[in-house]
Design a protein around this ligand. Structure first.
Ligand SMILES: Cc1ncc(COP(=O)(O)O)c(C=O)c1O
Length: 405
């Protein structure tokens, strides 16, 4: 690292509130699946802003959309319809199980909207006692008060309390633990990540999601899928819920979905989608946002989703994901250092015998950026445009690094 890069790091963190551990390199620009630091070193970007840069860096269609839309209209008060908002909402509704869309700017805002929507629906439908929300151990839903209250981290962060009341904790992939808590009278919602991202890449079993659907239907409870990390192509399907099919090809449809991250491929945009019965509980004056649904964000989301829907895009994600999982399994067979392969689609992870920070630094040194999930999982979430051939090159870096570390 040059002294210039070190100066940027030192100066930056002198001015920032310390929410993140500083990385030892400074990122400068990106192109496709690669990122480059200020010293010109090239990295396979398997961090991608934590599963954000879905179309990679500097994708021409995203750049064109941003440039054109920024020159036309970026901001408008939210009670005005725009062509961009209409196009993005129509596209999402046409390609999902939901009927109504609320646009936000981030994952946590999508979760806040979902929790408020579910509670408002439950209040109208069941009465003021129906405030309970069932969440899962090891979950992560965001850092604002509502989403932090359904995030298990709150146990280790008591200093932010009190959190919102009415939250109950069940075990991920354990239907009986949900059955023991759910109540027709008091439960408003169950919120679950189909793949637990921050929690360490645990994947929901199809039977578990189906069981949740049945329990929620039987008890008239709103089922919320948090697809902020797993959604928009990450699992090889436009939506995460579509990646969980049983032997008959049946999928589990949630009542509300939270999105962000890959939806804008780096541009901050999120959304909550709801089936009509739930979405219509939110009425004028009960929720809103200044920036959410602005024309620029909607234009970008529309471009990103349209690109993902082009023939071959999602097939490529599935082929690359298969090549990645097969390749990781091969490395595991050859090396006794990989103890587990986690995740689904291009939301993958490995657990190893090597101390996690040491391995992440070694991968970085060898030209591959990764992130940490949970206490011991190296998370690997490359841009979705990655090809199986590029996956093979990245696998070589991973194998060499694991062998050396
Ligand atoms: C499943 C899930 N939900 C919500 C969030 C919060 O998203 P944001 O950081 O955009 O607020 C995240 C972020 O990692 C996430 O993984």
């Amino acid at each position: 690292m040059t002294t210039d890069a070190q100066n940027i790091i030192d100066e930056t963190f002198k001015h920032l509130i310390k929410t993140y551990e500083p990385q030892p390199v400074v990122m400068d620009h990106g192109e496709g699946i690669y990122a480059f630091d200020t010293d010109g070193k090239k990295y396979f970007d398997f961090a991608a802003g934590i599963a954000v840069a879905s179309l990679g860096h500097a994708h021409p269609v995203v750049l064109e959309t941003i440039n054109k839309q920024a020159a036309r209209l970026m901001a408008v008060q939210n009670s005005y319809a725009t062509k961009e908002k209409l196009a993005a909402a129509k596209l999402i509704v046409a390609h999902s199980c939901i009927d109504l869309v609320y646009f936000s700017n981030s994952g946590t805002e999508s979760v806040e909207a979902a929790l408020k929507c579910a509670r408002k629906w439950a209040h109208d439908e069941k009465g003021p006692q129906a405030i309970e929300i069932i969440a899962f151990r090891n979950s992560f839903h965001g850092r604002t008060y509502g989403s932090a209250s359904v995030t298990e981290k709150f146990h280790t962060q008591p200093f932010f309390g009190p959190y919102i009341p009415g939250i109950q904790w069940a075990e991920f992939n354990n239907l009986e633990s949900v059955r023991a808590l759910i109540s027709k009278d008091k439960t408003a919602a169950v919120i679950v990540e189909p793949v637990q991202g921050e929690g360490g890449l645990a994947v929901a079993e199809v039977s578990f999601l189906q069981g949740l659907r049945d329990l929620c239907t039987q008890n008239n409870v709103c089922l919320i899928f948090d697809e902020v990390q797993a959604g928009f192509g990450r699992l090889g399907y436009l939506h995460a819920y579509e990646a969980f099919t049983d032997a008959h090809g049946t999928i589990v449809e949630p009542d509300i979905i939270c999105w962000a991250k890959g939806m804008g491929s780096g541009f901050p945009v999120g959304a909550m989608g709801a089936k009509e019965k739930f979405g219509k509980a939110i009425v004028v004056g009960t929720h809103g946002t200044t920036y959410g649904g602005n024309p620029l964000a909607c234009a970008v989301a529309h471009t990103v989703i349209t690109t993902m829907l082009k023939p071959g895009f999602l097939e490529n994600v599935r082929a690359s994901a298969k090549a990645f999982h097969d390749g990781l399994s091969e490395i595991q067979r050859r090396s006794n250092k990989i103890t587990a392969i986690k995740g689904k689609g291009l939301m993958s992870g490995i657990e190893t015998t090597i101390e996690i920070k040491t391995l992440m630094r070694a991968l970085q040194k060898n030209g591959l950026m990764s992130t940490q999930a949970g206490k011991a999982t190296i998370r690997l979430t490359p841009p979705l445009i990655i090809t199986p051939a590029q996956i093979h090159q990245a696998l070589q870096v991973i194998e060499r690094t694991v062998a050396e570390a």
